[in-house]
Design a protein around this ligand. Structure first.
Ligand code: ADP
Ligand code: MG
Length: 241
């Protein structure tokens, strides 16, 4: 259990996001405030259009809120310029996408090591870390496969390995199993949860699916850009491995 007086890793303070399209205004997030503790696994649960991706993108620094503040440790994410955000993301954040976003012409290993290339890590280290990341998601031996030569579940595991390879503090996952069948969904969720625990990361997950949300410690229901319910399930410690 997290201590009440522990300083949160992430502090979101009254953020609001309004998109303008011509004369029209879309309130994607109305007024969201919350703390996320280091090591916590949080899921935002809500129907399509409720503001889940908008929230994720703002905490990950991809978009700026119209109003409000986002702090990760003592870094004011809402104030960073593009270069600062890029550097912060490279060092601290891993992102898993619903549609995998792998580069089709690259092998699994090449895809996984992309973040390390951006960080200027030398080739030998990149390859070693990339192979270890693939192994951690159960894809040892798949290093030279292209995305088209892998199943959806395998492609998403490459996506997870790519998110993990730089040892981020925070892992974001936006509908990570949205394109997968139920059996593969379970496999992928179990890999995510296991690696989050193993690497001591903080997980922010987004889904419209209650069964996915149940992998998290805390389920926040989001509706029309507001958190309308908070369900603390407590940390689900691993069963014996
Ligand atoms: P979710 O991920 O829960 O499906 P989103 O965060 O993508 O929801 O969207 C929340 C609301 O904001 C929706 O009404 C959506 O149409 C709108 N929205 C999201 N992104 C944009 C954008 N770039 N421009 C205009 N409206 C947007
Ligand atoms: Mg979305």
């Amino acid at each position: 259990m997290t201590e009440k007086n522990e300083k949160p890793l992430i502090r979101v303070d009254h953020i609001r996001k309004v998109y303008r399209m011509g004369q029209e205004k879309v309130v994607a997030l109305d007024d969201v405030t919350l703390d996320i503790q280091s090591g916590e696994m949080v899921c935002f649960l809500g129907t399509s259009g409720s503001g889940k991706s908008t929230f994720l993108n703002m905490v990950a620094g991809l978009e700026k809120p119209t109003r409000g503040e986002i702090w990760i440790g003592n870094i004011p994410i809402h104030k960073l310029n593009e270069t600062q955000v890029t550097l912060f993301r490279q060092k601290n954040i891993g992102f898993i996408f619903q549609a995998y976003h792998l580069i089709p012409s690259m092998t699994a290993l090449e895809n996984v090591t992309i973040p390390l290339t951006f960080r200027g890590v030398e080739k030998k280290k990149r390859l070693r870390a990339g192979k270890a990341a693939l192994k951690s998601v159960g894809l040892e031996g798949y290093e030279n496969r292209k995305p088209s030569q892998m199943s959806g579940g395998q492609q998403q595991r490459v996506g997870i390995a790519r998110a993990l390879v730089g040892n981020p503090r925070i892992l974001f996952a936006d509908e990570p199993t949205g394109n997968l069948d139920s059996g593969t969904t379970r496999e992928v969720m179990e890999i995510i949860v296991k690696q989050v625990r193993r690497q001591g990361m903080t997980l922010i997950l987004v889904s419209h699916d209650r069964t996915i949300a149940e992998y998290a410690d805390t389920i926040l229901t989001i509706q029309d850009g507001n958190i309308v319910n908070r369900e603390v399930r407590g940390r689900r410690d691993e069963e014996a491995e």
